[in-house]
Design a protein. Structure first.
Length: 504
C-alpha cells in the first residue's frame, strides 16, 4: 500500500500523525507528500517515525517558475487531460497567485503575476506532480483542504490516474468530520441515504438523528467556536482595546519578532511569506475601517414583512472559490437574488461577524442601492432570521443546512452536501432563479423522513475528532498524535486496511 498526503500548512503535523498511525497499526510503509510551507517540510525531514520517499514543497516549485520555459503545447495537452474543463480553475482557486491575498489582507486583490507567469506556475507544478505520481504510484491520496493551485492539481491529476482520493471534511454536525471521495460532497453519505430511501428502510442512527433535529430546532447552536470573539470585534469599544498597555506591549513584541523573522528566516524568500510591513499596513487600514463602522447603514428587522435571508460568506474561502467558482461575486449574487424575488419581498442580508473589519464601506453602500435589500446587524442571530424567513438563499453556507434542519426552503448557488435534499433548490443559471424561487415558496415544506435519514447517514459516517483544535490550537505534538487516531482508524477502514488487518 502506497499512500500520498496533501499537507497544507499546519496540517503537516496532523497528516504526518495519520501516516504514523497507518504505519504502526496497519503496516503501511510507503509514503509521499505534497507539502505547503517550509516549516512543515523541515518537521517531516527531521522526524524519524516513517520515511517519505518523495516530498514536494509547493514554495520550491513556485520559485522554479522563473526558470521554466513556457511550453504551450504541453499546456494544451495538460488542459485536454486535466482541464475542468480548462486550466483556469487552478488559478482562480489560489488566493495568493490570483489575488495576492493571504500575504495581503482582503480586500486587497491585485495579483503579482502576469498571465504568462500564471501559465508557467501551472506548468511547473503539474510536471512535478505528474512525475511524483508516476514514480510513487500511490494507491491512495489523503487530503484536508483543497485550497491552492498545487492542491487542486494534485487532486484532479490523482483522480485521473485512478488513485483513490479521500478528503477530510467538516460534517456540519458539531465538531465531527466525514471522509469523502469529493472535496465538497459527502459521497458515502449520499450513496447510503439514496439506498435507504429507495429501499424504504431506515438507518440504525434514525433515533439519534431525530433527537438531534428536535434539539436543534428547540435550541439551535452555531458550529463556530469563535463566534463570540468576532461578535465582540463588531463593537467600537472593543476595537479600541488594542490601546491597552498589555496589548500594545504584546503587539510590539510580535512586531519585533516578525521583523527579525523577515530578515533571517529561511521562509522569507517564499511567495507565501507574510511580510510584517505589509501586515502592519493592512492592519492599520482594517482598524480605520472598523473605527469608521457601518452602523449608519443598518436596517431594522420587521417580522411582519415577507423576506428572504442571504448570509454573506467569508472571503476568500473555498466555500465560494472551490464549491461555487462562478458565484464568487457576492454583490452580484445578491443583486440577482433581490430582483428574482416576488415584488413584495425584502432581501435581508447579514454580514459574517468575522468580516466586519475587512469589507470596504463602499461594498455596503452598493448593497444599499438595491431597493428591496435590508442590511442587518451582524450581532443579530442568524437563527432568528432563518426562523422568520420565507426562504434562505446561500452560495454554499452552513446557514442553508441550518435552514433545512429548521424546515425552511433553501436555494444554493454552489455545491454543498445538503444539495442532495430534494427540497433544496440549486441555481446554476440566474435566468432560472425567479422560477426556482416561486417553486420553493409555493411548496415550502419538506419530507421529514428524507431529512432524518440524511442526518442519520451523516452520523453513521461522522468521526468525533475536534480537527480545528488539533490543527490550530493544540501545541502539544503528542496530544495531536493521540487526538487524531480515531480519524486515522476511519481512514484505514475506508482504504480497506482495517479489513485486511482483521483477516491477518
Amino acid at each position: 500500500m502506497n499512500v500520498c498526503l496533501l499537507l497544507q500548512r499546519r496540517f503537516a503535523y496532523i497528516g504526518h500523525f495519520i501516516a504514523t498511525h497507518l504505519h504502526e497499526k496497519y503496516g503501511v510503509d510507503n509514503f509521499c507528500a505534497y507539502v505547503y510551507r517550509r516549516q512543515g517540510l523541515t518537521f517531516l525531514k527531521k522526524q524519524t517515525d516513517i520515511h517519505y520517499s518523495t516530498l514536494l514543497l509547493d514554495e520550491e516549485l513556485h520559485a522554479a517558475y522563473k526558470k521554466e520555459e513556457l511550453d504551450l503545447s504541453y499546456l494544451q495537452w495538460l488542459e485536454k487531460e486535466f482541464g475542468i474543463p480548462n486550466l483556469w480553475p487552478y488559478i482562480e482557486i489560489d488566493r495568493i497567485i490570483r489575488l495576492n491575498q493571504f500575504v495581503r489582507e482582503y480586500p486587497y486583490n491585485k495579483s503579482s503575476y502576469t498571465h504568462e507567469e500564471m501559465m508557467r506556475l501551472i506548468q511547473v507544478r503539474a510536471r512535478a506532480i505528474i512525475r511524483m505520481l508516476e514514480k510513487e504510484k500511490p494507491d491512495v491520496l489523503i487530503c484536508s483542504v483543497v485550497g491552492g493551485m498545487g492542491a487542486l492539481l494534485l487532486y484532479h491529476i490523482a483522480k485521473k490516474m485512478n488513485v483513490k482520493v479521500y478528503v477530510i471534511i467538516p460534517s456540519r454536525l458539531g465538531s465531527t468530520y466525514v471522509i469523502s471521495e469529493h472535496y465538497s460532497l459527502f459521497t458515502a453519505v449520499e450513496k447510503r441515504c439514496t439506498e435507504l430511501l429507495r429501499g424504504h428502510t431506515f438507518s440504525p442512527s434514525t433515533a439519534e438523528a431525530q433527537a438531534y433535529i428536535k434539539e436543534f430546532r428547540e435550541r439551535p447552536k452555531t458550529a463556530s467556536e469563535n463566534l463570540q470573539f468576532f461578535l465582540d470585534r463588531t463593537s467600537r469599544r472593543k476595537q479600541m482595546d488594542f490601546l491597552t498597555p498589555k496589548k500594545l506591549s504584546r503587539y510590539y513584541r510580535w512586531l519585533l519578532g516578525s521583523i527579525r523573522e523577515a530578515l533571517t528566516s529561511e521562509e522569507r524568500h517564499d511567495y507565501s511569506f507574510v511580510r510584517p510591513w505589509n501586515k502592519f499596513r493592512d492592519q492599520v487600514m482594517r482598524k480605520m475601517r472598523s473605527l469608521r463602522g457601518i452602523s449608519d447603514l443598518y436596517d431594522e428587522i420587521d417580522q411582519s414583512e415577507d423576506y428572504a435571508f442571504f448570509p454573506l460568506h467569508m472571503e476568500p474561502e473555498i466555500s465560494t472559490m472551490l464549491y461555487a467558482p462562478y458565484f464568487t461575486d457576492q454583490l452580484h449574487v445578491i443583486k440577482q437574488s433581490a430582483r428574482s424575488l416576488p415584488l413584495r419581498f425584502k432581501l435581508y442580508v447579514k454580514e459574517q461577524p468575522s468580516m466586519v473589519e475587512y469589507r470596504k464601506h463602499s461594498f455596503y453602500k452598493e448593497l444599499k442601492k438595491i431597493p428591496n435589500v435590508k442590511l442587518i446587524r451582524p450581532n443579530v442571530s442568524s437563527f432568528t432570521l432563518i426562523n422568520h424567513a420565507k426562504l434562505v438563499l446561500t452560495i454554499t453556507g452552513t446557514a442553508g443546512w441550518e435552514a433545512a434542519l429548521m424546515n425552511k426552503p433553501v436555494i444554493t448557488f454552489g455545491a454543498p452536501f445538503y444539495n442532495v435534499l430534494p427540497t433544496v433548490g440549486h441555481c446554476t443559471d440566474y435566468t432560472l432563479l425567479p422560477q426556482l424561487i416561486q417553486e420553493k415558496l409555493a411548496r415550502p415544506g419538506h419530507d421529514e423522513n428524507e431529512l432524518t435519514q440524511l442526518v442519520a447517514c451523516v452520523l453513521e459516517e461522522a468521526v468525533d475528532v475536534n480537527m480545528h483544535r488539533l490543527w490550530e490550537r493544540e501545541p502539544d505534538l503528542e496530544k495531536k498524535r493521540e487526538g487524531i487516531r480515531p480519524l486515522a482508524d476511519a481512514l484505514a477502514k475506508k482504504i480497506g486496511l482495517a479489513e485486511k488487518r482483521a483477516r491477518l
